[in-house]
Design a protein around this ligand. Structure first.
Ligand SMILES: Nc1ncnc2c1ncn2[C@@H]1O[C@H](COP(=O)(O)OP(=O)(O)OP(=O)(O)O)[C@@H](O)[C@H]1O
Ligand SMILES: [Mg+2]
Length: 339
C-alpha cells in the first residue's frame, strides 16, 4: 500500500489548519509512523513552525532543484522533468517538503494547463503538470518509506489547491464556529465534488488516448479526496463573545456538513459531540501556543523548563491525550477506506 495523502482544507482562513498539522505530525511520529509533511501554502507558515528564518532563507536561495515543492516542480515549466525533492529531516520519523512564497507563480501554469488536459491530443504535458504535486509527494514518500503524508494548503479554491486535492486521498475539514466558517463549508462540499468529477473525466480521457499507450509507466493519482470528518475549533471564538453565540453555530455544523460535503439530505439531530463525523473539538490553548512557538515544539512536549508549570502542566498532559485520541481516530477512518 502506498502512503495515504491527507489534506487539511477549508477555504475560510485562520481556522487552525497549520497548527493542527504541526501537532498531528509530531503525534503520528511519536506513534512510530514515518511522516512526510508538505507545505503547499505559499505563505509557508508550517515551514516557519519547523525551521528558523536562516534555514528557510538558505533553502530559498539554494540554486539546486528540489529544495522546496516549488523548486521540485519548476523544471516542468521549461523542458525539464520533476526534480527529486530534498526533504528536511526534522527527526528520523518526521520529514518536511518546505513551502515557498514563489509557489504562487505556479498557479497560472496550473490554470492554463487545465483545459488542455481535456483535449484529444498533446495530453502528456498537461497531465504531468496537473499531477506534479502528487509525483513529488510520491518521490518524497519513497525516500523515507512514509506511512502517512500530511499536506497543508492556503485558504482558497484556486488552481494550486485543486492540484493538491487531485493528489489527496483523504480530506479533514477544520471549522470555526461562526457564520463565515459555515458559509465556507457550504462552498467547500460542492467544490470538492466538482474537482473530483472533473479529474475523473480527465483520467478517462487520458486512458482512452493514444499517448497513454506511449507512456505506459506514467502513473496518475485517483483524486479520491474522501472527506473523513471535521474538527470544531474553539480558539476562533472571541473571548468577549457570549458562549451562546458559539453554541448557536456549532449546533448547525452536523447538518451543514451532511448536506454540503456528504450530499445527504436527511435531517441530522446530533450535536458535534455525538456526531461520528466530528473528529474532535480543539481546545483554546491560550498562552501555551506562544510558549510552544518560542520553544519550537508542540504544546504537548513543553516541560517545566519551558515554563509549563502549575495549571499549564495539566494542560500539556490534556493536549497529549487529545492529540493521541485524534490521531487514533484519523488512522481508524483511513484504514476503513484504505485497508
Ligand atoms: N487550539 C488553538 N488555541 C489557540 N490558538 C490557536 C489554536 N490553534 C491555532 N491557534 C492560533 O490561531 C491562529 C491561526 O491558526 P493557523 O495558522 O493554524 O490557522 P490556518 O487555518 O492555518 O490559517 P491560514 O488560513 O492563514 O493558513 C494562529 O495564530 C495560531 O497560533
Ligand atoms: Mg495555515
Amino acid at each position: 500500500m502506498s502512503a495515504p495523502v491527507l489534506t487539511f482544507f477549508n477555504n475560510k482562513g485562520g481556522v487552525g489548519k497549520t497548527s493542527l498539522i504541526y501537532h498531528l505530525a509530531w503525534t503520528f511520529a511519536d506513534m512510530g509512523k514515518s511522516v512526510l509533511i508538505a507545505d503547499l501554502d505559499p505563505q509557508a507558515n508550517l515551514t516557519a513552525a519547523f525551521l528558523d528564518e536562516e534555514e528557510i532563507e538558505r533553502l530559498w536561495e539554494d540554486p539546486q532543484p528540489g529544495a522546496t515543492m516549488f523548486r521540485a516542480v519548476k523544471p516542468l515549466t521549461a523542458v525539464g522533468d520533476i526534480a527529486e525533492p530534498r526533504l528536511q529531516r526534522i527527526t528520523p520519523r518526521l520529514h518536511l517538503i518546505p513551502g515557498d512564497v514563489e509557489l504562487s507563480s505556479f498557479e497560472d501554469t496550473l490554470s492554463s494547463e487545465w483545459p488542455g488536459s481535456m483535449g484529444d491530443s498533446n495530453l502528456y504535458r498537461p497531465m504531468r503538470i496537473l499531477s506534479a504535486f502528487w509525483q513529488v509527494l510520491r518521490k518524497g514518500a519513497d525516500q523515507i518509506h512514509a506511512d502517512i503524508i500530511l499536506v497543508d494548503i492556503g485558504p482558497n479554491l484556486g488552481a494550486i489547491n485543486r492540484s493538491v486535492l487531485i493528489a489527496t486521498d483523504f480530506v479533514v475539514i477544520p471549522l470555526g464556529a461562526d457564520l463565515f466558517s459555515l458559509q465556507g463549508l457550504k462552498n467547500l462540499g460542492p467544490t470538492l465534488r466538482s474537482w473530483k468529477s472533473l479529474w475523473t473525466k480527465r483520467l478517462d480521457n487520458w486512458r482512452a488516448s493514444r499517448e497513454a499507450g506511449e507512456h505506459a509507466d506514467f502513473r496518475l493519482p485517483q483524486g479520491s479526496m474522501e472527506a473523513i470528518g471535521y474538527l470544531c475549533q474553539q480558539h476562533g471564538v472571541r473571548l468577549d463573545r457570549p458562549v451562546k453565540a458559539y453554541d448557536k453555530w456549532v449546533k448547525r455544523i452536523p447538518q451543514v456538513y451532511r448536506e454540503a460535503v456528504l450530499n445527504e439530505s436527511e435531517y441530522a439531530s446530533v450535536t458535534p459531540e455525538l456526531d461520528p463525523h466530528c473528529l474532535a473539538t480543539i481546545k483554546h490553548y491560550r498562552s501555551l501556543i506562544p510558549m510552544a512557538q518560542e520553544h519550537r515544539k508542540p504544546i504537548f512536549k513543553l516541560t517545566s523548563a519551558d515554563g509549563a508549570i502549575g495549571s499549564h502542566a495539566g494542560a500539556v498532559q490534556d493536549a497529549r491525550r487529545d492529540f493521541d485520541e485524534l490521531a487514533g481516530k484519523i488512522l481508524r477512518k483511513i484504514e476503513k477506506h484504505h485497508p
